[in-house]
Design a binder for this molecule. Structure first.
Ligand code: FES
Length: 98
């Protein structure tokens, strides 16, 4: 299975995740460090808001609910994502906002 590099720019830390893994799986790789804040894990609280710096196409697309909720939080642009809704499919760099 292919591994993809995920860089968390805001924490200067890198992970390797299998293709199509939820990017929130880094919590298991980080030895208990809370790299991405998590709340509901279903796209409803906004705790896990991230900004994609590199690799917009390396994630599953946003659905309408995710896009609408991010706009409700005051952010617009395809670079903003809810980490709990993201599956990695290529090399990615993100900044944690939430
Ligand atoms: S953890 Fe609540 S929106 Fe992602």
């Amino acid at each position: 299975m292919a591994l993809h590099k995920l860089t968390v720019v805001s924490h200067e830390i890198e992970f390797q995740l299998p293709s199509n893994s939820p990017i929130t799986d880094i919590e298991w790789e980080a030895g208990g460090k809370n790299v991405i804040p998590l709340g509901c894990r279903v796209g409803a609280c906004g705790a896990c808001l991230i900004k994609v710096k590199v690799g917009f196409d390396a994630l599953n697309p946003r659905n309408d609910d995710e896009e609408a909720f991010i706009e409700l939080l005051g952010y617009s642009g395809e670079e903003y994502r809810l980490a709990c809704q993201c599956l990695i499919r290529g090399e990615l760099a993100i900044e944690v906002i939430g």
